[in-house]
Write a protein of this length. Sequence first.
Length: 138
Amino acid sequence: MWKIREKGAAAGVGVLATYTWDPLSRQQSIAWGNGTTTGAQYDLASRLIGFNHDLLGTAQDVSWILGYTNANQLLTRATSNIAYWWAPTVASQAYVPDGLNRYASVAGTTFSYSQDRRAGRVHCRRSRAQHAAYAAIA
């Protein structure tokens, strides 16, 4: 057991967090000073298969369950509380390629390309006066 204390406190709100580990040195739980607890569960291969946050006095508790492939790659993740789901932002931009697999325009911003034969670089200029140079691929 390991305790993080504020100003040497032995108990109460001065103990910011109490960490515990299982016999295999895996983090088992954290008891936070505000009453919140965090727990972790492992399978026989010591892979994290679940963890949870129990927020004291709220209905905002959450648990995650993780599933793995035989190659130990994360395969599935389930969340018990939809308030914790990740929702990507929805963005739509028009990309118009040219015949050389470069972008002619992105979201209305046009690009032009020129090649510096001496330095072997391709220069890309945006319509908003920004400029980048790329080394030629050998």
